[in-house]
Design a protein around this ligand. Sequence first.
Ligand code: 30K
Length: 433
Amino acid sequence: MGGAAFLLVVAAIIVVFVFRSKRRESPYSDRLQRYISNRGGVKYYVDPSTYEDPSEAVKEFAREIDPAHLKIEEVIGAAQFGEVSRGRYRPLGRRELLVAVKTLRWGVTDREKGVFLSEAGVLGQFDHPNVLKLEGVATHSPPERIITEFMENGPLDAFLRENEDQFSVLQLVGMVRGVGAGMRYLSEKNFVHRDLAARNVLVNSNLVCKVSDFGLSRLMRGLDHNMPTYTASLGSKIPVRWTAPEAFQHRKFSSASDVWSFGILMWEVMSYGERPYWDMSNQEVMKAVADQYRLPAPHNCPPALHSLMLQCWQAERGDRPAFDSLLSSLDRLIRHPASLKAEHPRSTSQTLLSPTPTDLSSVATVSEWLSALRMDRYKEEFERAHLDTLDRVSLITMEDVQGLGVNLLGHQRKIVSAAQQLRTHLTQGQVEV
Ligand code: 30K
């Protein structure tokens, strides 16, 4: 008798378990499951704008929330299509969650409504600790709402400005690492963000950073083994200071252009929310970047980190590291905290780093370095001064160069600037081993 009751309980538990896991197993429809298996296990995200009716994508990937389970509290900020409020959501049978509620403002066009909701259609396909989590949507009656997790510390740029100099380098690198992990996940799904910047990253109470703002992004279609690229239609606004040159010139957005933006975001974080390129105009920024000028290391920024930024800002997008390699480099730095000791050769002012025409990884001797700079004519002067190792050359100053007999001011500047970059490169090299 007791045995039968026991069996009954066990059977009930199994039934409940199977039912729950069936329900939770897949937010994906059969359509996506088929899509996934067709691609040999690689999970590509599906662009809601490829649906005839984008609201179909929302139905597919976002859970509909009953507004009766939602309490909206105060407004916490503005977004493209309306305001964002803090709220509480109690899913059936689960405990109450703090949420952020984006509300679609009254009087928008159907097109705008489609763009608004398609962000939920994108977000709903992602599940990663460093990507903003979608709780659901409320679309059955206006105003339409998107419900995501609440992030206690708000946008990363403002958070850093309000807490200037309050974090250790290790904490800052931890934030950068989190964003990088989110981006690696998104790039694995073939998703190109296009608007990665500190203002579009949110921070929770544990200092965990999550990528948000999926409005600008599109599915990038590419050949299987090529970098996916996409040439956008004309007329969309581009955040120039965060955008790779090939993207603002020819609208070629790719994971490699997201890597460029990630380098700018690293610079924002290490400078506690300073504006990239300060008060330069967009036109000036585009010209400087095309002329190979780059942002210098922020105050107290370890050379190894600045070196990673410079790699993200390689003019050739094929020369930039991918997110997984950036993550390995960041993890290596975090595991060897001594490598993060801030020690930059010179104080940095608000001046850009001069162009170096060189890929320093292929330079092993002073003579190769001079050739790469197209400064071969000074080889003898360097030899005479016993500047015969890259290490010595990397510490060279303006006075040293003048003493060598390099008389043209332009050449003096070029050599000293290239030497500074070499210093950064060599310091990073020591960390690699
Ligand atoms: O908790 C929050 N969860 C969110 C989810 C929040 C914002 C979004 N979307 C916005 C992200 C930033 N982007 C800028 C272009 C606009 C859309 C999604 C969110 C916010 C927040 C709300 C509006 C704008 C920016 C951020 C949030 N702001 C906070 C401010 C906050 N949470 C917590 C504290 C706080 O103190 C000042």
